[in-house]
Write a protein that binds this ligand. Structure first.
Ligand SMILES: [Zn+2]
Length: 414
């Protein structure tokens, strides 16, 4: 076996011959002079053989996966060919995309590593400076996602997510049936979400959307009901529970402010206890909460209301749920607790969008799960300064297309 062939076998090079090699000790690089199998000369667009016009005089260099500390580079002088259909064009490079400066193999490894670790770590393993790395990643993902259209969207979830310390927000649209992210846009207002509906979806697609789930933000509700004529909107269970919990907490804070030092002792450590769902409460927790009946009537009243509201989520018949909600809101209004009354006002305004939950049982729980993954990615990188970098990582980890799987299968070596 010749040395060239040995290197070819060792590095599992497919679709190309090694014609020469050279070790550069100072740069820790292995340079390989290569040429395509079967003499190449294929058109990059139609993959048909074209007529050779001329050899270009400049070498092009592609970076491959590093091996044992050596950076590996392919050197090749591409030729110009004439295709019957596409005219004069540079021949197809079997190991890399037309304008890429790295091989398909490198792109695949880069994408898989970035799903698993920070870009910084992946850049280090692949011997690339961090600044060039995110650029490279962005170009690869942009190329793979180019021309991709959203398809088969029936159930959507919309939520906001912060991506930077200075309260910068992005709006994320989920496909709740397939549990993936289909779109990310800057901001959390009406213009952002309008852009999604006008730029990404056709009129037919908008009519196909049957269910939607979002929080109580007027921008999201307005946009969904404006753009999708056949939609049933469900307000997200998680956000409603959170709003009620916040109202109860407001009552607690009010009481804390007014309490004397002795009274404060009894109110200590209540916060998380009040938030707990009745099913996860221990006997001790219940005892503490029951002592409030004598200790602090207002907090106790707020807590009882919150506990009663939990039953709403268990109803199966809309009429029964509606009756329950009406009765509950009447009691809650009589409570003379200002934060709770504000919650009730919101509830009354959104009543028809909350009752729909009983029929559909639709929640943003899938979206919350995806959000958790997104948060892990964000924290791993200690935040993202720009939205495009963050969007890349979202699409790579929880996007609607499996990005590494788009690399031709024979280059998916790891
Ligand atoms: Zn062609």
């Amino acid at each position: 076996m010749t040395a060239n062939k040995f290197i070819q076998k060792l590095l599992k090079l497919k679709g190309l011959f090694v014609t020469d090699f050279q070790f550069r000790f100072r740069e820790k690089a292995l340079n390989l002079w290569v040429k395509p199998h079967k003499n190449g000369c294929l058109c990059p667009r139609c993959k048909r053989r074209g007529r050779l016009v001329r050899k270009m005089d400049a070498y092009r260099v592609w970076r491959d996966i590093p091996i044992c500390g050596w950076s590996v580079f392919f050197w090749y002088c591409p030729r110009e060919i004439e295709c019957r259909r596409h005219g004069r064009i540079q021949e197809d490079i079997p190991w890399a995309d037309l304008y890429a400066r790295v091989t398909y193999r490198f792109e695949y490894v880069m994408l898989v590593y970035c799903q698993l670790m920070t870009q910084k770590a992946a850049a280090k393993i692949l011997h690339i400076p961090k600044s060039t790395f995110s650029d490279m990643l962005h170009r690869t993902i942009a190329r793979i996602r180019e021309g991709h259209r959203i398809r088969g969207l029936k159930t959507i979830g919309i939520d906001e997510i912060s991506y930077c310390k200075g309260h910068k927000y992005a709006t994320v649209v989920y496909d709740l049936d397939r549990s993936c992210v289909v779109w990310v846009g800057p901001g959390k207002g009406r213009e952002t979400i309008d852009r999604f509906f006008t730029e990404q979806l056709s009129d037919y697609q908008k009519r196909q959307i049957k269910w939607a789930c979002c929080d109580m933000s007027a921008a999201y509700i307005g946009a969904i009901e404006h753009h999708c004529p056949n939609v049933t909107l469900v307000l997200d269970h998680f956000h409603i529970v959170k709003a009620l919990n916040n109202a109860v907490d407001e009552v607690r804070k009010e009481q804390w402010r007014e309490a004397s030092i002795d009274e404060r002792k009894a109110l200590k450590g209540l916060r998380w206890l009040l938030f707990k769902h009745s099913s996860n409460r221990s006997k001790k927790d219940s005892r503490i909460l029951n002592t409030l009946r004598k200790g602090n009537r207002r907090i106790h009243r707020a807590w009882v209301l919150k506990d009663e509201f939990e039953h709403f989520w268990e109803y199966n018949a809309p009429w029964a749920a509606e009756r329950f909600l009406k009765r509950w809101t009447t009691t809650a209004l009589k409570s003379r607790l200002e934060p709770i009354r504000d919650f009730v006002k919101m509830l009354r305004k959104q009543m028809h969008r909350i009752i729909t939950f009983v029929e559909t049982k639709l929640t943003n729980a899938t979206a919350e799960g995806l959000n958790r993954i997104i948060r892990i990615v964000k924290n791993r990188a200690s935040g993202f300064r720009s939205l495009p970098a963050f969007t890349d990582m979202i699409f790579l980890t929880v996007g609607d297309i499996d990005i590494p799987a788009q690399i031709p299968s024979k280059f998916r070596t790891l």
